[in-house]
Design a protein around this ligand. Structure first.
Ligand code: COA
Length: 335
């Protein structure tokens, strides 16, 4: 038995940074950003943290689903940008919600992560290990971008989205998932952990010397990206993956009510629309308002569609994500 989404929620910080605002940090302008990306504004954390945005989005999803926290038996948070590594953000959320019956873990598949969290709970449900799950995509990317790099700081932003998935005999689910670690260099961010070796007081040994050679330059600890390589990857692989999924499920474009695509770039979205031969009416976009919020983008869009009543019971949906790894996947569901 698979699960159905019975509630959604999202949270974005109040503080808005417009394209014009970015001119004070980097050599860019509103016209260039809108034309090349479709982004007009983005929301950026001030007092918020990634983990607290996750909690706020989760509370809204629980309220919509009318589910009590103790009914949740699994919490998965997809994040690459949590302010804590231990405990996991999922355990932090569990504590704040008092969802004491849930098993909790984080998952990092960059911008593909929310959909892989969704797929993960579906497989646990199919195996009978989980009945009511909370999945969250939460990102605080404004702390990870180099605000002097105009190739990245114009794109990424902050927010969180959540969904409650409940096992249901009528639920429909299928997916196609891919990764290519060989193209990992296209989108990177290194941790500062190698720096620690400097402070260790041990006999000089081979391992220490080797580690010292790998000491990071501070720039590498911010998001680094080969924008054109990521662009080429996305416009080729995402539509191929969606078409692969439709063929696997025996469904056609006309059978789908909505395609919820990762919100990275308007030109990527339009190219996917063309290649899967659908129309923009079925492919909502909110990247103009939020920028690229990585694994939060699909659940924020999902929540907006539900709250605006553009996604209704029985609608057939394909969610598709792509990002660092490189990773990409598409999942089919009936709402
Ligand atoms: N403002 C103004 N000019 C900029 C700029 C900015 N923010 N960023 C780059 N430029 C300049 C470049 O320096 C270059 O100038 P040149 O022609 O004088 O050398 C020119 O604009 C074109 O740069 P290019 O890199 O070819 O632009 P692009 O059309 O590929 O757009 C991205 C750049 C990053 C917007 C685009 O490649 C992209 O969106 N890629 C996908 C990234 C993505 O979605 N990543 C996340 C995936 S989850």
């Amino acid at each position: 038995m698979f699960g159905k989404i019975i509630g959604t929620g999202s949270y974005v910080p109040e503080r808005v940074v417009t394209n014009t605002c970015l001119e004070q940090y980097v050599d860019t302008n509103d016209e260039w950003i809108r034309e090349r990306t479709g982004i007009a504004r983005r929301h950026v954390m001030e007092q918020e943290t990634t983990k607290d945005m996750a909690v706020l989005a989760a509370k809204r999803a629980l309220e919509m689903a009318a589910v009590a926290p103790e009914e949740i038996d699994m919490i998965i948070v997809s994040t690459l940008s949590s302010d804590i590594a231990l405990p996991s953000t999922a355990c932090y959320v569990q504590d704040k919600l008092n969802a004491k019956n849930a098993v909790c873990f984080d998952l990092n598949a960059a911008c593909t992560g929310f959909i892989l969290a969704y797929n993960t709970v579906q497989t646990y449900m199919a195996a009978g290990f989980c009945k009511t799950a909370l999945i969250i995509g939460a990102e605080g990317l404004s702390k990870l971008v180099d605000w002097s790099d105009r190739g990245t700081c114009i794109l990424f932003a902050d927010g969180a989205g959540a969904a409650i998935v409940r096992a249901d005999e009528t639920a429909v689910f299928d997916t196609v998932m891919h990764a290519d670690g060989g193209q990992g260099d296209a989108l990177t961010m290194k941790t500062g952990f190698a720096e620690r070796v400097r402070g260790i007081d041990v006999e000089p040994g081979v391992e220490v010397l080797e580690a010292n050679q790998n000491i990071l330059n501070e720039k590498d600890t911010y998001i680094g990206m080969d924008g054109q390589a990521v662009f080429r990857f996305a416009v080729k692989q995402v539509p191929t993956c969606i078409l692969e999924l439709m063929e696997k499920c025996g469904i056609k474009e006309e059978d789908i009510d909505l395609f919820l695509l990762h919100q990275a770039n308007e030109r990527i979205v339009k190219s996917i629309v063309k290649r899967i031969k659908t129309s923009m009416d079925k492919v909502p976009m909110n990247l103009q308002e939020y920028g690229n919020t990585s694994s939060a983008s699909v659940p924020i869009l999902l929540d907006e569609m539900v709250r605006q009543e553009k996604l209704k019971k029985g609608d057939r949906v394909i969610m598709a994500g792509f990002g660092a790894g490189l990773t990409w996947c598409a999942s089919y569901l009936e709402f």
